[in-house]
Design a protein around this ligand. Structure first.
Ligand code: AGP
Length: 607
C-alpha cells in the first residue's frame, strides 16, 4: 500500500524524506510527492511514476526542516500527477498524505462541493484535506481531530500547515504508523525500514490514536483527545539488513539468505536429539492450545499457501481438525467459531488488512487468536493473544520468499510442539526435528545448483501459460510456484492438486506447454508419475522437481531440478526453492522489475 514519511527537526528535511521514500517504495510505487513547510509557505512537488521522476522536479537546496512525503499505490483515481499525494486544501496552506481508504469520501465530497469547495483530484484523500480546512481555526491538531470524527474507513495520515511550521499532525486507524525518536528531531513512517538510518528508537501508534509532533516533543492522544503514554521500543533490524548488500535484487538476496534466515528462525527453538521444541511465545497458552478442538489458519497470498502446508502438518502431528481460510472470505462469511477454536493469523508484514480483520472477527467471536508474523511490533503482532516471530529479518522484495519457508518452519515447530503434548512419540518428534535441523544446509545445496532453474527459465520464459502440479504437502507448493511466476514475470500460471488436472485444466495442455510437477519421493510418487504420463500424452513439457538420486524421473521429464531427500512433511521447505528461482530468472529475462512488480505492493493494508 502507500508509504508515508515525515521529518521535523534541525536538518534539511528533503533528503531525509526522499531517502525514506526510496526505502518505502516497495509498499507502492505508482506516484510520489512531498510537502515542505518553508517559512510561512508550503512547497509541494508531486508526480506520477517512480520516485526517480519526482526527484527530477525537486530543489535539493531547500532548507526547510519540516516536511512529509508519500509513495502511492492507487486506490481512488488513476496514478496521475493530480491524484498523487500530498493533497492540498482550497487555501493551499494545509497538506495531507494518506495511506488507506476513506469509505464515505464521495458523500463528503458532495457535501463539500455544495459548500463551494472545488476538487482538483479524484482521490478520497482530498476530501479529508478540504474537511480539515473547513474546521481549521488556527489549531491544526484540533481541526484534524474534528475532521477524523466525520470520516469512516482505514487510514494512516500526516498533515502539515503553513501557519504552523515545525508541526506534523499524524493519526492512525487501520494503517501502520510509527514515530522515530531522535536527538532534537522526530520522524514518522509507515514502517521501520524508512527511518532506520536515523534512529532505532520508535513509538508505535495504535488504531484510534493521534500525534502532534515537533522537533522536541511528541504528544499522543486518542481521537477523543484523551492523553496516551507509550513506551519507546527498539527496532532489532540493522541498516545492513535493508540494503541490497551487493545483490542485484532484494528477491535474489532473500532467496539466497534462506539458509541463514532459517537458522535464525530455528535457533534456540529446537533440540533434535530430544525431539523438543521451545516456543517462548506459546508458553502462557500451551494448555489451551493442547486442548483446542479446532485450528483455523488464515492469511492471504503466499501466507495462505504456508498456512495450507500448516494444515497438513497440524492434522498429521497434532491430530486436531485444522482448516485453512482465505482471510478476505473468512472475515465476511459469518464463520462458525465454537468453544475450543484457535485462529492463527499468518502474515509476513503483520499489516495485511484482510488478515488483521479476520483476526479481529475471530477474537470478537471468542476464539483464541495467535500470530505467525515477521515484523516485530506490527498490528497483527499487537492484536494477538500470543504468537511466534519468524526472525528472518526484513523482507523487502514484493515477492515473498524467505518468509514463506520460515512460516512453514514455524508451523512445523508448532505442530511438533503441540503434537508432543498429545499423541506424538519422542522418537517421532526427534526424527521430525532432526530432519528440520538439516533443512538450512539442504537449501544451501539447492542454491548451489541455481543455474539449473535459470536454464528452465531461459527455455520457457516466452510461454504465456504454465501449469504447476503437486500432491499432498507439495500441493500448496504448486500454488506458491504459480503465484511467484505470476506476480513478477506476468506469465499466467495455475497451481493445482495434480489429480484435479483431469477434471478440466488438462484441456489447456498443448504441445510444448510448460508443466512444473513436484515429484519428490514419498507416498504420492506413483500417482504423480501417472499425472506426468497424462501430461506427456498431450504434448506438455515436464519440468520435474525430484529427489536427488531419482534416475527414473529423468526419463519422463524435459528438465529435472533435484532437491535433497527429506521427510514428506518438510519437503515444501525444499521444493519451493527451485520454483522461486525459476520465477526470478523468468522475470529478469522478460525485463520485469523483479523487486517492484507492476500493480503490486509489499503489504496490502486496504481491502
Ligand atoms: C507474495 O509474494 C505476495 N507479496 C503476497 O501474496 C503476500 O503474500 C500477501 O499479500 C500476504 O502478505 P503478508 O504475509 O504480509 O500478510
Amino acid at each position: 500500500m502507500c508509504g508515508i514519511i515525515g521529518y521535523v527537526g534541525q536538518r534539511p528535511a528533503l533528503p531525509i524524506l526522499i531517502d525514506g521514500l526510496r526505502r518505502l517504495e516497495y509498499r507502492g510505487y505508482d506516484s510520489a510527492g512531498v510537502a515542505l513547510v518553508d517559512g510561512d509557505k508550503l512547497r509541494v512537488s508531486k508526480s506520477a511514476g517512480r520516485l526517480s521522476v519526482l526527484e527530477q522536479l525537486l530543489d535539493f537546496k531547500a532548507t526547510s526542516t519540516t516536511g512529509v512525503g508519500h509513495t502511492r499505490w492507487a486506490t481512488h483515481g488513476a496514478p496521475t500527477d493530480a491524484n498523487a499525494h500530498p493533497h492540498l486544501d482550497a487555501t493551499g496552506r494545509i497538506a495531507v498524505i494518506h495511506n488507506g481508504q476513506i469509505e464515505n469520501a464521495s458523500a463528503l465530497r458532495t457535501y463539500l462541493e455544495r459548500q463551494g469547495f472545488v476538487f482538483r483530484s479524484e482521490t478520497d484523500t482530498e476530501a479529508l484535506a478540504q474537511l480539515i480546512s473547513r474546521f481549521y481555526q488556527g489549531n491544526l491538531e484540533q481541526a484534524v481531530r474534528q475532521a477524523l470524527h466525520e470520516i469512516s474507513g482505514a487510514y494512516a495520515i500526516a498533515v502539515v500547515c503553513a501557519d504552523e511550521p515545525g508541526v506534523i499532525v499524524a493519526a492512525r486507524n487501520g494503517g501502520p504508523l510509527l514515530i522515530g525518536v531522535g536527538k532534537g528531531e522526530h520522524l514518522l513512517a509507515s514502517d521501520a525500514a524508512a527511518i532506520l538510518a536515523h534512529t532505532s528508537q520508535v513509538v508505535y501508534l495504535s488504531d484510534g490514536e493521534m500525534a502532534r509532533i515537533t522537533a522536541d516533543h511528541v504528544s499522543l492522544t486518542t481521537l477523543d483527545a484523551m492523553p496516551v503514554t507509550k513506551d519507546v521500543e527498539e527496532i532489532e533490524w540493522s541498516l545492513d539488513e535493508i540494503e541490497l548488500s551487493g545483490y542485484d535484487h532484494f528477491m535474489l538476496k532473500e532467496i539466497t539468505e534462506q539458509p541463514a534466515a532459517l537458522e535464525n528462525c530455528l535457533r534456540g527453538r529446537i533440540e533434535p536429539r530430544a525431539g523438543a521444541v521451545h516456543l517462548g511465545g506459546l508458553v502462557d497458552c500451551t494448555r489451551e492450545l493442547t486442548r483446542a478442538k479446532r485450528f483455523i489458519l488464515t492469511g492471504c497470498g503466499t501466507a495462505w499457501h504456508a498456512a495450507l502446508v500448516g494444515e497438513y502438518l497440524f492434522e498429521e502431528l497434532i491430530r486436531t481438525p485444522t482448516e485453512t481460510e482465505y482471510a478476505s472470505e473468512f472475515r465476511y462469511r459469518n464463520p462458525v467459531i465454537d468453544d475450543g477454536t484457535v485462529v492463527i493469523a499468518v502474515s509476513q508484514s503483520g499489516e495485511t488488512a484482510d488478515t488483521l480483520a479476520a483476526l479481529v472477527e475471530a477474537k470478537q467471536r471468542g476464539a483464541a487468536v495467535l500470530g505467525v508474523v515477521n515484523v516485530v511490533g506490527s498490528s497483527i503482532a499487537r492484536e494477538t493473544d500470543a504468537g511466534i516471530y519468524l526472525h528472518v529479518g526484513p523482507e523487502i522484495g514484493v515477492a515473498s520468499t524467505k518468509a514463506f519457508t520460515a512460516q512453514v518452519a514455524v508451523l512445523a515447530m508448532m505442530a511438533c510442539y503441540l503434537g508432543r503434548r498429545k499423541h506424538l512419540s519422542p522418537a517421532a518428534a526427534s526424527q521430525f526435528i532432526t530432519a528440520l535441523a538439516q533443512i538450512p544446509k539442504q537449501i544451501a545445496d539447492i542454491l548451489e545448483r541455481a543455474d539449473q532453474a535459470k536454464i528452465v527459465a531461459e527455455r520457457y520464459c516466452g510461454m504465456e501459460n504454465w501449469l504447476y502440479l503437486g500432491r499432498g504437502y507439495n500441493y500448496p507448493v504448486a500454488l506458491e510456484g504459480a503465484l511467484k511466476l505470476k506476480e513478477i514475470s506476468y506469465i499466467h500460471a495455475e497451481g493445482l492438486p495434480a489429480a484435479e488436472m483431469k477434471h478440466g485444466p488438462i484441456a489447456l495442455i498443448h504441445e510444448g506447454m510448460p508443466v512444473v510437477v513436484i515429484a519428490t519421493a514419498g507416498s504420492q510418487y506413483d500417482r504423480i508419475s501417472n499425472n506426468i504420463a497424462q501430461v506427456r500424452a498431450r504434448g506438455g513439457s515436464i519440468i520435474a522437481v525430484a529427489t536427488e538420486g531419482d534416475r527414473e524421473i529423468a526419463k519422463l521429464a524435459e528438465h529435472v531440478l533435484y532437491v535433497p531427500d527429506t521427510i514428506e512433511p518438510l519437503q515444501p521447505l525444499l521444493t519451493v526453492v527451485p520454483l522461486q528461482l525459476i520465477a526470478y530468472h523468468a522475470a529478469l529475462l522478460r525485463g520485469c522489475n523483479v523487486d517492484k512488480p507492476r500493480n503490486l505492493a509489499k503489504s496490502v493494508t486496504v481491502e
